[in-house]
Design a protein around this ligand. Structure first.
Ligand code: ZN
Ligand code: ZN
Length: 145
């Protein structure tokens, strides 16, 4: 982690090390600033939300991470692996999952070609209700839904 910070010209500080570690160790790979802050609170590092936002902006400027702004005000950060993928976003809890479907990728390339576009990039986002959120709502009495 220390070398990664130095390689992009950032000084090694505790907040930077901790936040980069959290991003690298997260299983979901897509974290909000609040998610990161919550992990920091559990480990009692004394790093506040404002610092989290500042460090994330520095990481973004250094090309270490990518910021994804989705609808419904959902913003997540992920390590910039350079590996293309698309996202599915839960509009209730804000959970972001990634997927890559070769046939969707191919279709998009052929649609772009048909329109005369030399495709440089695309973003496909699926919005919906994730499994755990839809389970929760089915437990509620109908009157509340
Ligand atoms: Zn959800
Ligand atoms: Zn992603």
């Amino acid at each position: 982690v220390n070398d990664e910070l130095r390689s992009v010209g950032l000084k090694v500080t505790l907040p930077r090390v901790r936040i980069l570690e959290i991003l690298e160790q997260s299983r979901s790979r897509h974290l909000t600033a609040d998610d990161i802050h919550r992990v920091l609170l559990e480990s009692h590092d004394g790093i506040g939300l404002a610092t989290v936002y500042r460090v994330l902006s520095q990481f973004e400027a250094a090309g270490l991470i990518t910021r994804r702004n989705f609808e419904a005000g959902i913003t997540v950060f992920e390590l910039d692996t350079g590996r293309h993928h698309d996202h599915a976003v839960c509009i209730r809890c804000g959970k972001v999952q990634e997927f890559n479907d070769p046939s969707i990728e191919e279709r998009q390339i052929s649609i772009a070609a048909r329109l005369g576009y030399d495709l440089s990039d695309h973003a496909l986002v699926l919005y919906g209700c994730c499994l755990s959120c839809s389970k929760q709502s089915s437990l509620l009495p109908h009157a509340l839904v």
